[in-house]
Write a protein that binds this ligand. Structure first.
Ligand code: ATP
Length: 310
């Protein structure tokens, strides 16, 4: 086997509850991840040394060296194996770069699964999960996909059974937003108001909507504590969110740290209609449709983690 290709999805946060700033610089989070059908493809090819090639929209903004999360993940896997392994990684990007949809984390998860197979290491999903958590808080979720609650920094995962397929439209923005900058702005906005921030809590109403597959209820419950900060840094996002709401979206939210905006809609045809309307407007660079939940890099069925079927 000379090369292995793994498909890995983007995520949207159905709920992102951000606790107070911790002494180690991180925040405690309750993060309800949902994998959606926008995919990067990571191909690992046998090679004598590590290298990366990135293809696709805005690929020039992705670092090619050791800063690339996929390369970091592949190197960490080789180190764990304790053998002088290497690979060439080709990343075909569809997940918007620096878009709040965890594209870099997805590529890291894809690289772990692809290299595990290319190098015939036979590491279990639990072992890959451990390496993934060392690379970044969003990487473990990209391995499993589906819908899951992440706690701690987001890396402790519990799968959630989802009662149906949800339909989404994503409005892609010009340029990215830096995740640390958005967290920093969130802290400063809270400080300036003298806000006392309690521990983050999972929304029971949102969890019920997910389990019931109730898109109307889920649309009303979507929340993102980073949204205010993302809109503060990029005021044009307010008009993007309004445009989706005015055109009938059941819910509108900034995805993660933004600037991508996510709209939950009632049906696949509703998603096509909203995508067309947003594409012709001035409120975004492009719009794409997707559905969730979908499989992560390991390829398990979306509910397999929640139900123990893996
Ligand atoms: P986050 O997971 O923090 O929400 P994001 O989804 O906003 O991030 P990413 O596309 O993951 O954005 O990229 C964030 C930054 O990570 C980029 O600006 C880029 O410099 C760096 N990066 C490293 N590796 C990758 C990769 N394989 N793909 C995309 N970006 C990468």
């Amino acid at each position: 086997m000379d090369s292995v290709t793994v498909r890995v999805p983007a995520k949207v946060n159905l709920q992102l509850a951000v606790g107070p700033l911790r002494d180690d610089g991180y925040h405690d989070l309750v993060n309800i991840f949902h994998a959606v059908s926008i995919y990067d493809h990571v191909t690992a090819t046998a090679a004598g040394s590590f290298s990366t090639e990135v293809i696709g929209d805005r690929s020039e903004e992705v670092p090619l060296g050791d800063d690339n999360l996929a390369i970091r993940a592949a190197r960490a896997l080789a180190e764990r194996a304790g053998r002088p392994l290497a690979a060439r990684l080709t990343i075909r990007k569809s997940i918007p770069v620096a878009g709040g949809m965890a594209g870099g984390s997805a590529d890291a998860a894809g690289a772990l699964v692809a290299c595990n197979e290319l190098w015939k290491l036979g590491l279990s999903s639990a072992e890959l999960l451990e390496i993934a958590a060392g690379i970044g808080s969003d990487v473990p979720f990209a391995l499993f996909g589906g819908t899951a609650v992440g706690t701690g920094r987001g890396e402790k995962l519990t799968g959630v059974t989802t009662g149906g397929r949800f339909h989404w439209v994503f409005a892609l923005a010009e340029g990215g937003l830096s995740t640390p900058a958005v967290y920093g702005r969130c802290d400063r906005l809270r400080e300036s108001r003298g806000e006392r921030v309690g521990p983050p809590r999972e929304s029971t109403a949102l969890m019920a909507a997910v389990r019931d597959g109730d898109a109307d209820a889920l649309g009303a419950e979507l929340t993102n504590d980073l949204q205010e900060a993302a809109v503060d840094l990029r005021p044009s996002l307010a008009a993007t969110l309004d445009a989706g709401r005015e055109r009938g979206a059941l819910g509108a939210i900034v995805s993660g740290s933004g600037p991508t905006c996510a709209f939950l809609v009632a049906s696949e045809s509703g998603a096509d209609d909203l995508r067309s309307a947003l594409t012709g407007s001035a409120v975004c660079r492009a719009a794409v449709t997707a559905h969730g939940p979908v499989r992560g890099a390991l390829g398990y069925e979306p509910d397999a983690v929640a139900s123990g079927r893996r």
